[in-house]
Structure formats: structure tokens, C-alpha cells
Design a binder for this molecule. Structure first.
Ligand code: GCW
Length: 679
């Protein structure tokens, strides 16, 4: 019963062919039919319908209904579009695999119990639900921890890996409908004729699954690839070059999505090189893409070493441009103002652009959360961002509502996730990292889903025994009693491991609002002491933690860099005041004396010690929570997780000891005896 994780959450059992009816045929509908024929075990026949009723039109061509007929004898999946039918089919299979189909809803469910009456109606919250691959054309992945790129560029277009289709299927199963194939640090070569032929092959494979291809472009492609003397966006020849190139792209890929652009950031070229604004650069590309209904995703991740506070820069650069972008441009904003730290406040830019559609960029790959060695379920972090209130139109102006089109009625809505996928057999490195790909898709579809619901779905699909297969310790199927125990174990894993894991990382790496005290060059271990003479100050940890004899933390209040002023009232005042600022962001916004009294009654120093220690102890508990899974699942996945959890604890101790010993030279206070102290 070896399992290698390659099936992801799609570990469906095959068996007798189910009765599936569909009057139309098409590549997309055929996938829906075949998936259900092979894997639907619910007993009732399923009818698939593409139908333009008023109700279905309101749900859009990706929305759907799933209903049991009045006589209870069949199920109908209906949508006004073929894509919606496919999503409906995966929804039904998900309910089955997560054992959420039976009437009783008890943990003792099995395939024999009575099917509940289905009355489901769904439509996605975002129009574009997109993965961003930071994959380079040489096969490496920037910040990738699961092997090399899935895209075998040197073999394409002739050789087609079966994983391309498996990738599209996995995305379709969770509603992801778009993907950017290459790194935002983009090679101009991606737009060469040679590479476009390769991209076309991928787009053709993805199309029936409703997965649209986008590309990251290098802003100086006209010069670098086209040989022009400039890439100035207002230059006529440059515009003509982009027009010709875009025409070529669409002749190969008629439903091509558009361009993602990282411009004038971390050494990338951009319109500012020619004295033009980000809007001028984005609009030039938008005009070129417009006739094909393509869009531009323009990243707001910009900062330079000259300004005093990096956390303020994206806002300062982009807020004045609100209203200056074409309607097929969307500004892509990282969740926090710095860079995917374990915890950041939300980026104030979300509340600053009323006239411009903006989209969140989340990082699924764990660049700053232990790579693929640490277990960190990220749904709680993304929910924290989406549920944050910007107050841009008064209370209730959450980031979810700013970006899903409900607050400002922008028709263009999107959400991006920097993916953690590589060519490892299990796709994501850590078996639990698959949960983050899954969670991103589910939240992009429906941001009101709770992290607990998503965790439960994923755990059940990933670890319940596949129906009809022998159990871990015998040739028989798992017994009813064992099944119940496994269900309780999974529910513990959900509440105490998945849901706690991100907070544990925050605790053992950067509690209380600390950020970016990572080692130089990679972003894995701690190096708060790092000081490289002559290096960019904003790339040094001391820039961020500012520890000294007087205290620790970055003063971004009105007495300091005044980043708090970028937030709307009443949040602005709340963050600005050291007594009302949430303690989990305290050192992000304030430089606080070591003896400052925290809500717990402890001093800041003691609180810091307790937080680091709590993080370590949590990871020890994760190992204990995982141990009983040995009885229920295959040894391969069991040991893989067990092994990584050990590494996580070892690293957590490393973080705690390194940070506490370093900061102690400023606090000059002992580490409390009741904690696990460094030697
Ligand atoms: O998170 C940082 C990374 C860079 C990345 C950059 C970005 C793709 O350390 O590797 O480059 O942000 O988002 O552009």
C-alpha cells in the first residue's frame, strides 16, 4: 500500500462504472463525464447539464448547482458554462472523498450510509484565480523547495510530460483557472518564437481544464530580444514591437490571459528607467492587449534603499497613480508591506486605490516559513489578511471586499498565489505543503470558507483510506472502530496541528511583530546579528529589529517613520498608540523598552522568551500528534512527515536560542528558569 503523495488530494477509488448522463460532448464535458464515471460511488446516476436558466446565468459560466431530484433518484450538476459543470463534478467527488455525503454526518460514515439531499449553489468570489510560478527557463525555481521546475523546457514542444495534464486536473479540482508559467524576474527569452511554441503546447493541454496561461514579461524585451535601442514605453517602435509580439502570442494561444510584470524592483527594468511612471508602462501593455481581451497584472512590490522606511514605499509610489490605469490593468499587492514574513500587518495599499482594481498576492511557497521542512498551514495567515478591515469605506471594508469587486464594483477581480510546486514526486516537498496549494484554491473560490473547514476537507481527502483498499495493518478494509478513531485523530490534527502551525512558526521565528531577521542570502535560519559592511541597509536584519539597550522594534508610529498614517482611521490611531497596538504587531510599529508591561503582566523581554519557547514546545507537540497516524496510513508518508517534524523542532530550538542569546546582550536580563533555556 505504498503511497508517494503524487495523487495529491485526488486519491479516488476506481471500481464499477457509474451512470453519468450528458447530452453534449466537448473536451471539458468529456473530462467531467469520465471523472464521474470512474470515481463516483454514490449509487445515484448523475446528469450533467449546460443550461442558460436565469438562476444559472446569475452564477456565471464557472458557477454551478448540484441538486438531488425530488424523488431522490438522481443528481443533476448544472451550469450555464461547461467549466461550471466540470467544477461541479469535482465538488461532488470532493464531498465523497471527504465523507461529507451521508445524511448522518457522523464520523462513522461509510459508502453504504444514506446519501443526504444535495442542494448546492456555488460561484467563485474572484474572476481570476491564478498561480504564479517563479520558475526559470533553466529549470531552477526561485524560492522553490520541491525540486526543479515542472516545465521541461528543453524537452518541449516535442516531449510532453504526463504531469502537465495532472497539474491542470489538480488545479481544476479546486477551482484554479489561471497560471503564470515563468518567474517574475523574467527572461526576455520567454517571448522568443522558440519558447512560445513550447508555451502553446502547455496551453493546449490546460485548456479543457479551464486553466488559462499567462506569462511574466521582462520590460526591456524590445531591446533585449527585439534588438531595439530602447524599451521606452512611449517610443513608437517599442509599441509596435509589443503589438507584433502580442499578435504572435495570440495567433498561437487565442485565449492567452495576459502579462504579469515586475518592473523597477530589485534590479528589474521598468518604465522608470526612461522617466515614465508605472502607469505609463502598464497602460502601454494594456492598450496592446486590449483588442484580445488580455490583461496586465502589474506588481506593486517596489522598494529602494534610499527611502527611510521600506514598509511605506509601495504605497508612496502607487497611491498617487490611482485612477491613472487602464481598465484592463490590475495592481498586484503582496499581503504585507515588506515581504511574505510569517506575520505582517496588511499592506496599506489595499485601502488606498479606490479607482484601480487591486489583487492580493499570497506566497504559497514557504520562503520565510521553513521551506519544505516546516509544517505551516497558511490558510489562517491568508484569512487574517482577507478579513482585515481597511476602513476605506468605513467599517467592514475588508480586503476580501476591496478585492472581490463587491466594494468598488470593479469587473476585473483576481487573486494570486506564488506556488510551491516542483517536479518532486509529491509535487510540493513536504506532504503537508500540498495543503497550502489546496487552501489557496479553495479560498480563491470562496474566501468565506473557514480555515478549519479547508483543513478538514484536505486532511480527510489526503489521509482517509481509499475505499475498498486494505488497511495499514491487515489485508482487510479498515474496521468501523478504527475508522472512528482515525476520524477523531484527523480532527485533532486539524485543530491542534494544522490550525496552530503558522502561529507556532511566528512564535519560534519572529514573535510580537519582529520581522526579517533571517540569515543573509537564504531565508531559512536566524541571523539577527548579520552585519555586512557596505551591503544595502534595508537588507540587514538590524534595519528591521533595531534592538539596542533602550528596547527593540521599528518605530513606525507618528513619532517614527509614520507608516501608521498610511492606514485609515480608526486603525491608524489604534496602531499608532503603543497601548492599543495589537501585541502580535507591537515590534512592527513600535520601538519598545525591554521592561514594557505586556497584557500578560510580564515584561516585554520575558514575553519574548515565552513566545520563543512556546513555539518550540508547540513543535514538540506536533510530533506527538502525528505519532498515532502510524496506525492508519502508509509508512512512506508517515515517516516523511515524522522526519520533517523532527527537523522543524530542531530548527525551532535553533531560532529560539539564536534570537534570545543575541537579544539578551541588549536586554541584559535572564531567560526565565521555567523555560527551555539555551546552554
Ligand atoms: O520575496 C522576495 C524574494 C525574491 C522575489 C521577490 C519578488 C521573485 O526573496 O526572490 O523575486 O521577493 O517577489 O519579486
Amino acid at each position: 500500500r505504498a503511497e508517494d503523495g503524487s495523487a495529491l488530494w485526488l486519491r479516488y477509488a476506481t471500481g464499477t462504472k457509474a451512470e453519468i448522463n450528458c447530452r453534449k460532448q466537448s473536451p471539458t464535458l468529456n473530462i467531467a463525464v469520465s471523472e464521474l464515471q470512474k470515481y463516483w460511488k454514490g449509487g445515484l446516476p448523475v446528469t450533467l447539464e449546460v443550461n442558460a436558466t436565469k438562476e444559472l446565468r446569475a452564477l456565471g459560466n464557472e458557477g454551478y448547482t448540484i441538486r438531488t431530484s425530488a424523488d431522490g433518484k438522481q443528481i443533476t450538476i448544472a451550469s450555464s458554462g461547461e467549466q461550471g459543470v466540470l467544477y461541479g463534478a469535482y465538488h461532488l467527488l470532493r464531498l465523497q472523498a471527504a465523507e461529507q455525503l451521508s445524511e448522518s454526518n457522523s464520523s462513522a460514515t461509510n459508502s453504504d450510509s444514506k446519501l443526504r439531499v444535495l442542494n448546492i449553489s456555488e460561484k467563485p468570489d474572484y474572476r481570476i484565480r491564478i498561480l504564479n510560478h517563479w520558475d526559470n527557463l533553466d529549470g531552477t525555481i526561485e524560492r522553490g523547495y520541491a525540486g526543479h521546475s515542472l516545465w521541461k523546457w528543453e524537452e518541449l514542444p516535442a516531449v510532453v510530460s504526463p504531469r502537465y495534464e495532472a497539474y491542470a486536473r489538480a488545479n481544476a479540482s479546486i477551482g484554479i483557472n489561471a497560471t503564470v508559467l515563468n518567474n517574475v524576474n523574467a527572461s526576455p527569452k520567454i517571448l522568443s518564437d522558440e519558447y512560445l511554441q513550447k508555451v502553446k503546447v502547455l496551453a493546449d493541454i490546460f485548456r479543457p481544464y479551464g486553466l488559462k496561461v499567462y506569462l511574466s514579461i521582462n520590460f526591456s524585451s524590445p531591446a533585449a530580444l527585439g534588438g531595439l535601442p530602447t524599451s521606452d514605453p512611449l517610443n513608437k517602435e517599442v509599441i509596435a514591437w509589443w503589438k507584433k509580439k502580442t499578435k504572435e502570442v495570440y495567433s498561437l494561444i487565442p485565449d492567452f490571459g495576459g502579462f504579469l510584470v515586475k518592473a523597477n524592483s530589485e534590479g528589474q527594468p521598468g518604465p522608470c528607467d526612461y522617466g515614465r511612471t508605472h502607469a505609463e508602462g502598464a497602460n502601454m501593455l494594456a492598450d496592446v492587449l486590449k483588442p484580445y481581451r488580455g490583461i496586465v497584472m502589474w506588481r506593486a512590490f517596489v522598494y529602494s534603499p534610499t527611502d527611510s522606511d521600506r514598509a511605506k514605499q509601495a504605497y508612496l509610489e502607487f497611491e498617487p497613480l490611482d485612477g491613472k490605469f487602464r481598465d484592463n490593468v490590475i495592481v498586484q499587492i503582496k499581503n504585507g508591506p515588506i515581504d511574505f514574513q510569517p506575520r505582517e500587518p496588511f499592506s496599506a495599499l489595499f485601502g488606498a486605490m479606490k479607482k484601480t482594481p487591486v489583487m492580493p498576492e499570497f506566497q504559497i511557497t514557504q520562503e520565510y516559513l521553513g521551506f519544505s521542512n516546516h509544517l505551516a498551514f497558511l490558510a489562517p495567515m491568508w484569512k487574517e489578511c482577507l478579513d482585515s478591515d481597511t476602513y476605506v469605506q468605513g467599517a467592514g471594508s475588508t480586503i476580501a471586499r476591496v478585492t472581490d469587486g463587491s466594494l468598488f464594483a470593479h469587473p476585473l477581480t483576481a487573486i494570486a498565489g506564488v506556488t510551491n510546486i516542483g517536479d518532486d514526486i509529491n509535487w510540493c516537498g513536504h506532504p503537508f505543503a500540498q495543503a497550502n496549494w489546496y487552501a489557496f484554491g479553495r479560498l480563491a473560490w470562496k474566501h468565506s470558507l473557514s480555515s478549519e473547514e479547508i483543513g478538514e476537507e484536505w486532511l480527510k481527502q489526503t489521509f482517509l483510506p481509499i475505499a475498498g483498499q486494505p488497511s495499514r495493518n491487515s489485508v482487510n478494509e479498515i474496521s468501523q472502530k478504527e475508522r472512528q478513531q482515525l476520524h477523531s485523530q484527523l480532527s485533532l490534527l486539524n485543530s491542534q496541528l494544522l490550525q496552530e502551525s503558522r502561529e507556532a512558526v511566528v512564535d519560534y521565528m519572529m514573535p510580537l511583530g519582529l520581522h526579517h531577521i533571517f540569515a543573509w542570502g537564504h531565508h531559512y535560519g536566524p541571523e539577527p546579528w548579520c552585519d555586512i559592511p557596505g551591503a544595502r541597509p534595508d537588507w540587514m536584519p538590524s534595519y528591521y529589529h533595531r534592538a539596542d539597550d533602550g528596547g527593540i522594534g521599528f518605530d513606525r508610529s507618528s513619532k517614527g517613520s509614520n507608516a501608521t498614517a498610511q492606514y485609515h482611521s480608526p486603525l491608524c490611531e489604534q496602531l499608532d498608540n503603543v497601548d492599543t497596538c495589537p501585541e502580535n504587531l507591537l515590534l512592527w510599529f513600535h520601538h519598545v523598552p525591554w521592561n514594557h508591561r505586556m497584557k500578560s503582566g510580564r515584561t516585554l523581554w520575558a514575553e519574548l522568551c515565552y513566545a520563543y519557547d512556546r513555539g518550540v514546545q508547540e513543535t514538540r507537540n506536533f510530533q506527538k500528534l502525528w505519532a498515532p497516524m502510524e496506525k492508519y496510513i502508509d509508512p512512506e508518508r508517515f515517516r516523511d512527515v515524522q522526519h520533517r517534524l523532527k527537523i522543524q523542532t530542531r530548527d525551532a530550538v535553533w531560532w529560539k536560542d539564536a534570537c534570545l542569546l543575541y537579544f539578551q546582550q541588549f536586554s541584559k536580563q535572564p531567560i526565565p528558569y521555567e523555560l527551555e533555556r539555551p546552554v
